[in-house]
Write a protein that binds this ligand. Structure first.
Ligand SMILES: [Mg+2]
Length: 331
């Protein structure tokens, strides 16, 4: 009898590849060879994120039949082609990061108040299902974090996701968790978000807990003369569902300022983390931001802050602390 054919789609670097010439009797190793042919990523470099057997990553010798793959299954692949690794290892291109970050001013205020968008937000408040991963805590402020280029360099190539994680990620989250409930919001699908957070060790970390994840379905589309049509992350969706949070106690980090279009004052535009290979040893952004979060945790109303000047805020506090220490020594 002929073995059953298994059809699946491999998702890699934003593209999809159909895999059809594989059967239930083939092994994961064979699958990797086919994926190699389709994508150019060598088997030993392939990390098949959601290919699991009994809760663990499937092994090369496992047969496809026992992995209970559903029709239309999308296999998420991480891994790099040799030629891309070689290219990425060469000097970085010093193109300044200006994409999508034109300054916004009056326009954003008008958009923030537009009825049509408030109506869209209301629809999200009603329809979007939040799955709480951990209970929210009383008296906490709220920190909303983007993933790609904020916590993770999703475009660089590396053998393991850990090499693309922004330095000090866990230290940052551990510190922030003391004063903030933490929400992850990424413009991708929930499947990817869950997968990435698991891979980075965020979902299982003992020192902090993420309250919940939001995906692209919680976003809304906005029309603006400057950006034309864009999807943005309106904090109003969270504020509508969780009344303890508002512009007074919420801060959001994202490397793309237009994501704040519906709540510009609450957004802090973080420097994107790119070219992990070169910046892994240099990037201290999350450590500095952890300090900022700690400092402003004492502020009653975040609307009195200007997050564009967050670095000045941190260094001013540092200077005044040093002065105080000096005074104490004199005494
Ligand atoms: Mg991003």
């Amino acid at each position: 009898m002929m073995a059953n054919e298994v059809r699946m789609i491999v998702k890699w670097c934003g593209k999809e590849y159909e895999i059809c010439n594989i059967t239930e009797n083939d092994t994961v190793s064979t699958l990797k060879d086919i994926v190699h042919k389709e994508t150019g990523v060598r088997p030993e470099r392939q990390k098949l994120l959601n290919l699991r057997f009994k809760g663990k990553a499937a092994q090369d010798e496992d047969t496809i039949g026992k992995l209970s793959i559903k029709p239309g299954f999308k296999l998420m692949l991480m891994g790099s082609r040799e030629e891309d690794i070689a290219e990425a290892s060469q000097a970085p291109d010093n193109v300044p990061d200006v994409v999508n970050d034109l300054d916004i001013a009056e326009e954003e205020v008008i958009i923030e108040k537009a009825e049509v968008y408030l109506a869209k937000i209301n629809r999200r408040i009603q329809d979007y299902q939040v799955i709480e991963l951990n209970p929210l805590r009383e008296g906490m402020k709220l920190l909303v974090l983007d993933i790609d280029y904020t916590l993770f360099d999703h475009k660089s190539l590396a053998e393991s996701g850990h090499l693309l994680m922004r330095p000090y990620l866990h230290e940052f989250l551990t510190m922030a968790y003391k004063d903030y409930d933490i929400v992850i919001w990424s413009a991708t699908s929930m499947k990817w978000i869950n997968e990435k957070m698991r891979m980075l060790g965020v979902s299982s970390h003992p020192n902090y807990k993420i309250a919940f994840h939001l995906d692209s379905l919680a976003m809304i589309t906005v029309h603006t003369p400057k950006y034309s049509v864009v999807d943005v992350k309106p904090l109003g969706v969270i504020w509508g569902k969780y009344k303890q949070f508002s512009a007074k106690n919420t801060i959001m980090f994202d490397d793309i300022r237009r994501n704040f279009l519906m709540n510009p004052q609450s957004g802090l535009r973080i420097r994107p983390y790119k070219q992990a290979h070169f910046n892994r040893d240099k990037d201290r952004e999350l450590l500095k931001l952890a300090k900022y979060l700690k400092l402003i945790a004492k502020v009653d109303d975040f609307q009195t802050l200007n997050h564009r000047k967050w670095e000045e805020y941190v260094s001013k506090k540092k200077r005044s602390e040093r002065r105080t220490e000096g005074d104490e020594q004199k005494l």
